[in-house]
Design a binder for this molecule. Structure first.
Ligand SMILES: NC(=O)c1ccc[n+]([C@@H]2O[C@H](COP(=O)([O-])OP(=O)(O)OC[C@H]3O[C@@H](n4cnc5c(N)ncnc54)[C@H](OP(=O)(O)O)[C@@H]3O)[C@@H](O)[C@H]2O)c1
Length: 320
């Protein structure tokens, strides 16, 4: 087990340094087709969680600049209002709205979903971007480990509760979940809240991000006949407020080599704009292409079989 863990970390570090940094983006962008992004989506309704900062902000701005109606879900009203007004003035799009919701709280997610559902608008794109890497074991007021509460349980609850509105936009509805390349370092595990003594936020975050990828596969299969498609993606390594706060040494050591938030958001926006026939529901994307969900010889492949049991646990915990 020690050897395989070491191999995963080494393989991730080497693969990441070559591909996830800014130079990786530059290299991959040689294959990008500019026309893929020259798409207007007026009239489409998009929800972006964690839209006041980093990749979520760049995603909301990118969608607003293409004419979409954008609902920015942010946990802090002041930060959300500031981002909203910046996006409105940068894009000239007044159909950008703020929804305040703390994704770490199931009750808050439920009250947001019920408020929002009363608008009865079809949702064409749900971007599950809100996420965090909390290094300490923090417990939410509802009793859940904080990384898990935001990255998995809140994201799961929101997605489930948005399904009726997504169905209204079918067959053009899609859910894009922003995972992380960090998930390559771990298999899918049923221990969702890191029960061991030596809490490691980086490992817990990676486990959460693996759950997102496996859940995306499960959702794609469950809702394949409903006209809703599901994609997970990873943005590479981008210089954002989240990375600076949670991974200060990583951020410093790769200073000047990290992607911008816009480069991190590029594949999210690309996934929102492409015709569905070009995409694979349940797929994991990176730099505008489907990517492997597993590193070679990492022994993580078989682990996705645990997703049914994890799905049952999430159903129970969310009370859905
Ligand atoms: N940057 C990277 O290199 C990288 C790499 C892999 C994956 N990702 C993923 O990309 C996504 C965006 O991260 P980022 O790097 O852009 O970090 P960021 O700048 O910290 O943005 C994260 C966003 O999520 C919000 N958020 C956090 N907890 C929330 C909660 N409980 N309720 C509602 N919103 C919440 C934050 O709000 P506040 O501003 O209020 O905190 C912020 O708007 C995350 O899912 C992250 O895991 C990033």
């Amino acid at each position: 087990m020690f050897l395989i863990k070491t191999w995963r970390s080494v393989a991730f570090g080497l693969y990441g340094y070559k591909n996830f940094t800014k130079s990786g983006f530059m290299e991959h962008s040689k294959n990008f087709k500019p026309e893929d992004m020259q798409v207007q989506i007026e009239g489409k309704n998009c929800i972006v969680t964690g839209a006041n900062s980093g990749i979520g902000y760049a995603t909301a701005e990118g969608l607003a600049s293409r004419g979409a109606n954008v609902y920015m879900v942010c946990r802090n009203k002041e930060r959300g209002e500031a981002a909203l007004s910046e996006i409105q003035s940068a894009t000239g799009n007044k159909n950008v709205f703020l929804e305040v919701c703390d994704i770490s709280s199931i009750s808050d997610v439920k009250s947001f979903a019920s408020r929002f559902s009363s608008k009865d608008v079809p949702i064409h794109v749900l971007v599950n971007n809100a996420g965090l890497l909390e290094n300490k074991r923090l417990i939410t007021s509802e009793g859940y480990e904080m990384n898990f509460a935001v990255n998995v349980l809140g994201t799961y609850t929101l997605t489930q509760l948005m399904l009726p509105l997504l169905e209204k936009a079918a067959p053009d509805a899609r859910v894009i979940t922003v995972s992380s390349g960090g998930m390559y370092t771990v298999p899918l595990m049923e221990d969702l809240q890191f029960s061991g003594d030596k809490f490691d936020g980086v490992v817990q975050y990676a486990r959460n991000k693996r759950v997102q990828v496996a859940l995306t596969e499960k959702w794609a299969d469950m809702y394949k006949d409903k006209g809703i498609c599901f994609y997970s993606m990873h943005p590479g390594w981008a210089e954002t407020p989240g990375v600076a706060t949670s991974l200060p040494s990583f951020s410093k050591s790769l200073s000047g080599k990290l992607r911008t938030s816009e480069e991190g958001a590029d594949t999210v926006i690309w996934l929102a704009l492409q015709p569905k026939e070009k995409l694979v529901s349940g797929g994991f994307y990176f730099d505008r292409a489907e990517a492997s969900k597993h590193l070679p010889f990492a022994g993580t492949k078989g682990s996705h079989a645990a997703i049914d049991s994890i799905d049952d646990t999430l159903k129970t915990l969310s009370g859905l």
